[in-house]
Design a protein around this ligand. Structure first.
Ligand code: IPM
Ligand code: MN
Length: 353
């Protein structure tokens, strides 16, 4: 097949992991006889530096014409003055809004071999296989903001259709797995959470009576994620709770560097990015773990291009290389000699061939 993919390297380690990602996509194209074209564009700090715009018009139109978008990371100390009016993160939020990708899917699955890399005790990790569905284009991230000299506010607002559509995504996924959905909120305090809970219940009763629904308060969820992570299957939650809980959940997998994400909307064109950030502390040294990005390319192949076998092939290659003991610094144990970003990517590509 032919596909056009917009590639947004962004900042920090973004460009390093992005080139690993596109090389893997190229290896897949060669192996299976596909033709992928790439349109590299600016986002985040890179956009600010070049054009004073974290989401330039050319980036927006390229994404609109593409079959999928692959993103590295945005942000870094260079642009992090809290008083700055233009910030890299605005580019990512504008991109998510422009693409209408309201459902952020963050799978947290633990490779047995990496259990030692996790700060959590090994016995807690057996059988952990969670998918967090984070609402991505609403809530406090996008509500009205105010600022005066002596006060500031961020509005957390959800509309019925926004809750309904994210619950549908999560419930459909739950149906294809253990038939169990856990909705996370703060309904004991927040009105927006009580609304979220009501709409969730109504939607589930009307359309997903076969899926078991549980509600959990976000503070308790944060605790149970560490205490008994294997009990979770599909979790659905609002934008900011999902942001926080997925960083926490990533530690179960040993390193944020391992985890992919897919952001999907009504159209086939999704946004794919590793869940890690720009990691300015290690940027430019070629030591970042490209596995989260490479796993994100697998999600791209599956969800936007419908190439299920190719996606499974990439995921199997990652698992194989990790089983063979190849480790970047973030997942290396005391006895391992860590490989570089390129070496890890090449090992995965070699396995694919
Ligand atoms: C993420 C990031 C972003 C978010 C930032 C960079 C705006 O933390 O993708 O999780 O908060 O959504
Ligand atoms: Mn985050």
């Amino acid at each position: 097949m032919e596909a056009l993919i917009t590639v947004l390297p962004g900042d920090g380690i973004g460009p390093e992991v992005c080139s690993a990602g596109t090389e893997v996509l190229q290896a897949v194209a060669t192996k299976y006889g596909h033709r992928f074209e790439y349109s590299e564009q600016l986002i985040g700090g890179a956009g600010i530096d070049a054009e004073m715009d974290p989401f330039p018009a050319a980036t927006k139109s390229s994404c609109a014409e593409s079959d999928a978008v692959l993103l590295g990371a945005v942000g870094g100390p260079k642009w992090s003055d809290p008083n700055a009016t233009i910030r890299p993160e605005q580019g990512l939020l504008a991109l998510r809004a422009a693409m209408g990708v309201f459902a952020n899917i963050r799978p947290v699955k633990i490779l047995d071999e990496l259990a030692e890399a996790s700060p959590i005790k090994r016995d807690r990790l057996n059988g952990v296989d969670i998918v967090v569905i984070r609402e991505l284009t609403g809530g406090i991230y996008f509500g009205e903001k105010t600022r005066t000299k002596d006060s500031a506010s961020d509005l957390c607002i959800y509309h019925r259709h926004e809750v309904e559509r994210i619950v549908r995504v999560a419930a459909n996924l739950a149906r294809s797995r253990r038939g169990k959905l856990c909705s996370i909120d703060k309904a004991n305090v927040l009105e927006s959470s009580r609304f979220w809970r009501d709409v969730t219940v109504t939607t589930m009763e009307a359309e997903f009576a076969d899926v078991e629904l549980e509600h959990m308060l976000v503070d308790a969820a944060a605790m149970h994620l560490i205490n008994r992570p294997a009990d979770f299957d599909v979790m659905v939650t609002e934008n900011m709770f999902g942001d926080i809980l997925t960083d926490e959940a990533s530690m179960l997998a040993g390193s944020m560097g391992m985890l992919p994400s897919a952001s999907l909307g009504e159209s086939k064109c999704g946004l794919y990015e590793p869940i890690h950030g720009s990691a300015p502390d290690i940027a430019g040294r070629g030591i970042a773990n490209p596995c989260g990005m490479i796993a994100s390319t697998a999600l791209l192949l599956r969800h936007s291009l419908g190439l299920d076998d190719e996606a499974a092939d990439v995921e199997a290659a990652i698992r194989h290389v990790i089983s063979a003991g190849v480790r970047t610094a973030d997942i290396a144990g005391p006895g391992d000699s860590p490989v570089t970003t390129t070496e890890m990517a090449n090992a995965i590509i070699q396995q694919l061939r």
